[in-house]
Design a protein around this ligand. Structure first.
Ligand code: SAJ
Length: 430
């Protein structure tokens, strides 16, 4: 068993540190933010992920995982810091990766292994991280091992997927790769695939998320086509998927989270070849505009109308609002980011619609969330933007009593249209 220093204690770093601790490694967790460290020491697990609290608490209590105020020397340094997206330039902000590299330099010893797990544009490990680490005077591949091993866990199922998912490991040389394989083999039950260099590992991770994003864009375009033919897109997709080589994902109000809407841009960061992939991004980003069009078809001018947006988490059964399609829709309804959708006859001086946000899974004091009753009372339309299990219990009769107009746009197809129509609702689905 080895000493491991995990850098960055967020959605990936904290569960990763914990699982390694559970498999008897001596793990030190470091986060550059002092408040994250002190909260964790107080047992305050600041992330909303099923099972995470108990999982981490147990590791901290067993002393196998220790939160440290400094980076400590360790056989393995595992970097799990964020790589924020710069929307203006559509590029990755690598400052956290670089800072983690600089923090490791003074502690790096002959024979250590540095593993980057953060999602990064192809070439980052070799071109951005390596030179920083080599400021130690040690040489990557010869004196220390340097590897990219992308995380692939699905928010909402992180703990199981850390153990079960396949992993891809690419080191700067064979010795580097083998060293990382030894660490991951202690807790990964999936297959460990090794690739010739870190850039291939970075590339593979990005094309996985790009595949999913482009597949959803196809589903979204199919949904719009189906509507033009008076067909149910979900039924069409389900039937198409009965073919053994067809696997189309589901349409919706757009693609959120910190991965799918971003990784296609990271993939193209150092190439001029993004074409279909960029178009797919545009299709998915345009879905909020499509929802607004559906609302306008039912309500006419949106100015002054009350609209309940039900679901601001980026997807079902999570509480994470990063790049949330529900929030994007609310923002565009209120601020008219897409002028095409919001053209007011009076030159834009009319009152924007009143938006009420509801999401039982989200606990975010910066958002004005209301309970379901407040959100829907006197509403002219309700839009379901997240497929939380809790939303399946929505009672159309209760909605009918509260709402001013019986109009519902179900972007996730979780409501049973016949039940809502029986209550007099106009139901629009994507
Ligand atoms: N969505 C659809 N239609 C679908 C499936 C998803 O519109 O059929 C939407 C969701 O509602 C959500 C967005 O896509 O807004 C992303 O959700 P997701 O569940 O597809 O993916 P993430 O972002 O939660 O996690 C992805 C996963 N990548 C892949 O499945 C290839 C996960 O395994 C990665 O580890 C994660 O990105 C990451 O960290 O990169």
């Amino acid at each position: 068993m080895s000493t491991v220093c995990v850098h960055g204690l967020g959605y990936i770093g904290l569960p990763t540190a914990t699982i390694m601790a559970n498999y008897d490694h001596e793990v030190y967790g470091y986060d550059a933010a002092p408040e994250v460290r002190s909260r964790l020491r107080d047992g305050d697990i600041h992330l909303d992920e099923p099972g995470l609290r108990a999982f981490v608490t147990q590791a901290l209590e067993s002393d196998q995982l220790e939160i440290t105020d400094d980076v400590v020397p360790a056989k393995y340094h595992v970097i799990c810091v964020p790589t924020p997206f710069e929307p203006e330039t559509k590029t990755a902000d690598l400052s956290y990766v670089e800072a983690a590299g600089r923090a490791i330099v003074d502690q790096l010893r002959h024979g250590d292994t540095v593993i980057l797990e953060s999602t990064v544009p192809p070439g980052t490990t070799e071109e951005a991280l390596r030179p920083i680490l080599e400021e130690s005077g040690l040489s990557a591949g010869d004196d220390f091992a340097l590897v990219h091993c992308p995380e692939t866990v699905l928010p909402g199922n992180i703990i199981a997927e850390l153990r079960e998912n396949n992993r891809i490991i690419g080191g700067v040389n064979g010795v580097s790769t083998e060293s990382a394989v030894r660490l991951y083999a202690t807790f990964v039950e999936g297959e460990i695939r090794t690739v010739p260099n870190p850039t291939m590992a970075e590339f593979v991770k990005l094309i996985q998320n790009t595949f999913r994003d482009a597949n959803i864009a196809l589903a979204n375009e199919i949904a719009k086509l189906a509507a033009d033919y008076g067909l149910d897109s979900r039924e069409g997709i389900e039937l198409a998927n009965s073919h053994p080589r067809v696997d189309i994902l589901q349409p919706g109000p757009g693609v959120g989270g910190h991965c799918l809407p971003i990784d296609p841009w990271f993939l193209g960061q150092r190439s001029s070849e993004l074409d279909l992939i960029a178009k797919a991004r545009e299709v998915n980003d345009g879905m909020s505009g499509y929802v607004i069009e559906l609302l306008r078809e039912e309500l006419g001018e949106l100015a002054g109308q009350r609209i309940a947006v039900l679901g601001v988490a980026y997807k079902g059964n999570v509480g994470d609002v990063r790049m949330s399609p529900g929030l994007k829709l609310a923002h565009e309804l209120q601020h008219g980011d897409r002028p095409r959708e919001m053209t007011a006859a009076d030159g834009g001086t009319s009152t924007p619609p009143e938006i009420r946000l509801h999401d039982p899974n989200v606990d975010d004091p910066t958002l004005e969330l209301t309970d379901l009753e407040t959100a829907t009372t006197d509403a002219n339309a309700a839009v379901v933007t997240t497929d939380h299990d809790a939303f399946e219990a929505f009672d159309p009769g209760a909605f009918r009593e509260r709402m001013a107009d019986p109009i519902v746009v179900d972007t996730k197809a979780i409501l049973e249209p016949s039940e809502w129509r029986r209550e007099g609702f106009t139901v629009r689905r994507i």
